[in-house]
Design a protein around this ligand. Sequence first.
Ligand code: NAP
Length: 250
Amino acid sequence: MTKLLSGKVAVVTGASRGIGRAIAEELAAEGASVVVNYHANAAAADEVVGGIVERGGTAVAIQADVSDFAAAERLIKAAIDTYGAIDILVNNAGTTRDTLLLSMKEEEWDVVLTTNLKSVYNTCKAITRPMVRRKAGGRIINISSVSGIVGQPGQTNYAASKAGIIGFSKSLAKELGSRHITVNVVAPGFVPTDLTAVMPDDLVKQTLAFIPLGRWGEAREIAHAVVFLASDKAGYITGAVIQVDGGIGT
Ligand code: NAP
């Protein structure tokens, strides 16, 4: 049986852990060859690649700090050198430095904005020309957050970066539509990963009261939305934000 993404090549930033890992695994399960990008955790990235290959898929790990323009350019070039072209780019790498604005240091603002938002500019800038020149269309999927839609105390930096991703994606969707390149956003709600592991237990319990579906999401549930947007089935969707958040952001 032909899989949804057979013959496609995908780059997933921050795919060594958490949601990015699930996205890489689900894209590979649907037949895509996957570049598993990571920043520092080579062992975790190798484990993701090993698992994909063990299940009969194709993947390679490539290190790059995507908040750095030159490094992001190198990532895109290395992916093209490895697999010949890129069909799907998933901008997933992200970080938090939660604190109220009153105590937020400049570096806590800067690291979150460069890791979460500038990284999206960096990789999209690097991929746009080769994708357009290839004339085969493409898929860009950027991971935002419910925080970027409804805001969250202690997350002015994070929410600004995630709201910025939405505006960026809607604008790029308009620029690239005529080239058959779609640009969409997936905005997750709360998902248990290293990113949310730092949240105190009482705060975790409090969040449940506000989630209509009454539970946190699973990384795989975010990945399923990404797989759909990456596939031919989503060919008429661009500039959209799909919230996968159990209803908390509505
Ligand atoms: P996570 O478990 O902390 O994983 C973060 C991933 O990003 C890791 O693979 C990490 O690589 C990578 N990364 C961080 N900085 C990077 C950089 N400068 N360059 C390249 N890779 C970098 O996070 P997560 O919870 O899976 O979150 C993934 C995405 O979903 C983020 O954009 C996050 O904002 C968003 N999101 C998460 C939630 C949630 O509840 N978890 C909710 C809404 C949105 P290393 O392993 O090498 O460090």
